[in-house]
Ligand binder design. Structure first.
Ligand code: ADP
Length: 280
């Protein structure tokens, strides 16, 4: 995708901040000619040997992945601008807030609602995995609701995503402790299955409001992950169906090769069961 060098203000009116990441600020913006709204993600470039700002190769990778994807459950990228200090991504605006906020208002979700969210996430992830792209940062902060009160969700933040061809050796220590798979903690090769683990954690959280591996500190959390130390506590899972638990158990599997794949998850009865009952 072309990096436009003219000022972004020529075409867009830049509005309020709507989000912030480690090196990025996301602002609402409006295309002057059409009045259409977008989200502008301003990513600070790393300069020299400093540690502030994102590495150009990482920004380029995020852009490449967004250019390659095209799916209703994945954020769309329209244009890229470049200044001395920043790269600016003009993204589809997703206006309903983070699934994380929705969840904190509600404590936990009923199975119909949780499985409807998970189904959409699976659909988006299937698109990624069919292209050998691993998101590698799936968590409620990176899943946005389309509009307030909407049940449609989109995946955002491809800042850690990687294209991983079969047999390619990609290792990385990254992501948010609570959601990372054992192979991330032990610095072993990653694969698209690394996302499947995170979907297991996500499903657990949506259904219970509790985090399966979260410990007193990061080291404790990592230890819980690598020793597969989690339970379905009665306190939180009272009334949760066996099907839902089975779905989670198929994902929280230490050996990546034995973990359920995206295709298996889409066929799982827990996902299929509610589909006919709950269509958005
Ligand atoms: P980073 O890569 O620095 O983590 P993100 O892409 O996660 O940045 O964006 C930071 C925050 O901005 C997100 O958590 C979200 O709340 C908000 N955000 C990002 N993209 C959009 C978008 N397209 N529409 C609306 N809000 C967004």
């Amino acid at each position: 995708m072309e990096f436009k060098k003219e000022s972004v203000d020529i075409k867009y009116e830049i509005g309020d901040d709507i989000g912030r990441g480690q090196f990025a600020t996301v602002k609402r913006c409006r295309e002057k000619q059409t009045g259409s709204e977008f989200a502008a993600k301003f990513i600070r470039k790393r300069r020299g040997g400093g540690r502030r700002g994102a590495k150009l190769e990482d920004i380029q990778r995020e852009i490449e992945i967004l250019t390659e994807t095209n799916h209703r459950n994945i954020i769309n990228l329209y244009e890229v601008y470049e200044t001395n200090r920043e790269i600016i991504l003009i993204l589809e605006l997703v206006d309903g807030g983070e699934l994380f906020e929705h969840l904190s208002e509600r404590d936990k979700l009923c199975e119909e609602e949780a499985s409807s969210f998970i189904k959409q996430i699976l659909d988006g992830v299937e698109h990624l995995h069919s292209k050998h792209i691993a998101h590698l940062d799936l968590k409620p902060e990176n899943i946005l609701l389309q509009d307030r009160g909407s049940t449609a969700v989109k995946l955002i933040d491809f800042g850690l995503s990687r294209k991983i061809a079969p047999k390619q050796d990609v290792r990385a220590m990254m992501g948010t402790a609570e959601f990372v798979a054992p192979e991330v903690v032990s610095y072993e090769p990653l694969s698209v299955a690394t996302d499947m683990w995170s979907i297991g954690v996500l499903t657990y959280i949506l259904l219970s409001g509790a985090s399966p591996f979260l410990g007193e500190n990061q080291q404790d959390t990592y230890h819980n992950i690598t020793s597969l130390n989690y339970q379905f506590d009665e306190e939180y899972f009272d009334g949760t169906s066996e099907l839902a638990k089975d779905f989670i158990q198929n994902l929280l599997v230490k050996d990546q090769r034995k973990r359920a794949t995206i295709y298996e998850c889409l066929k799982h009865p827990w996902i299929k069961h509610y589909l006919n009952h709950y269509q958005s």
